[in-house]
Design a protein around this ligand. Structure first.
Ligand SMILES: CC(C)(COP(=O)(O)OP(=O)(O)OC[C@H]1O[C@@H](n2cnc3c(N)ncnc32)[C@H](O)[C@@H]1OP(=O)(O)O)[C@@H](O)C(=O)NCCC(=O)NCCS
Length: 252
């Protein structure tokens, strides 16, 4: 079972100092280095979520920067704008990305799409070259990269998110023989944010929970917008737990 957590970074403002004291030295040093208050809050939220997930175990990082705890659970972190988010799975590698679909408004995201998207993705994007479509693809690519623990070197154009398994997991896709299949879910219930979660195995999503930190350091789970286990529908795409409608190779 996967659990997805998210935290509003502004909920931490009031008790920032006391909450920061709960983090390990490395994370505290990172927080100090941020010039912008919002960056520090995002990192604080990420640190608190990880602490909650690790349950007292030491948090380590791969060479490429993916955090993990020895013996599991598997997890992945992301932050954007007002939120930090995490996905946790006891038995499969996972990756998560969250993005504010209003970021880059007025920016040259079309040119970025041309540079980073696979031809199938570009075709879907070009049908309606809007930010939301851009981020639908972007978040899934990022979640896949993070599941694998990769960075930009992954070869973004070499794979299409439309080939991933999506509920009801009728299809598998492998980027090269050595690499695992990817099972993808896209959540659109935190509008205007989009959350993509990728897993190496088809694990059911148990919950999508809002987390709040309190000064005593206890991190409390609060159900909000529950249970958006089936993503809210993007027009013609992800409806009632199964994929339908538009998009190349999307709806098997
Ligand atoms: C490293 C990378 C994954 C971070 O992404 P980002 O958008 O800057 O930041 P996010 O908020 O989404 O994620 C940050 C978190 O990812 C985690 N992370 C860092 N490196 C990672 C890696 N190699 N694998 C998995 N997770 C990683 C960390 O926990 C980090 O949080 P922290 O700094 O608070 O500990 C990103 O820079 C990258 O290289 N992505 C590759 C995929 C890509 O290029 N996607 C573009 C889509 S078209």
């Amino acid at each position: 079972m996967q659990r997805i957590y998210y935290m509003n970074i502004h909920s931490l403002e009031k008790d920032k100092a006391r909450l920061t004291a709960l983090l390990d030295d490395e994370r505290r040093e990172r927080l100090d280095a941020f010039r912008k208050e919002e960056d520090a809050l995002r990192s604080l939220a990420g640190g608190l979520l990880m602490r909650h997930i690790a349950g007292g175990k030491m948090i380590r990082y791969t060479e490429k920067g993916k955090p993990f705890v020895e013996g599991g659970p598997f997890f992945s972190m992301a932050h954007s704008g007002d939120y930090a988010a995490a996905v946790v799975s006891p038995r499969a590698q996972v990756g998560i990305d969250i993005e504010n679909t209003e970021d880059m408004r007025g920016g040259n995201f079309s040119s970025l799409a041309k540079k980073a998207f696979h031809p199938d993705e570009l075709r879907y994007f070009n049908e309606k070259p809007e930010l939301r479509r851009f981020y639908e693809i972007w978040t899934q690519k990022e979640a896949f990269a993070k599941m694998k623990g990769e960075r930009l070197g992954i070869g973004l154009k070499t794979f299409s998110v439309f080939s991933f398994s999506v509920p009801p997991f009728s299809q598998q896709y492998e980027v090269g023989r050595e690499q695992p299949a990817a099972y993808m879910r896209l959540f659109q219930n935190l509008d205007p944010y989009i959350v993509a979660v990728c897993a190496a195995e088809s694990v059911a999503v148990e919950s999508f929970e809002k987390i709040e930190a309190v000064a005593r350091g206890i991190v409390l789970g609060k159900h909000a917008n529950t249970p958006p286990v089936s993503p809210a529908a993007a027009p013609g795409r992800y409806c009632a737990g199964s994929w339908r409608g538009a998009g190349p190779d999307l709806c098997r």
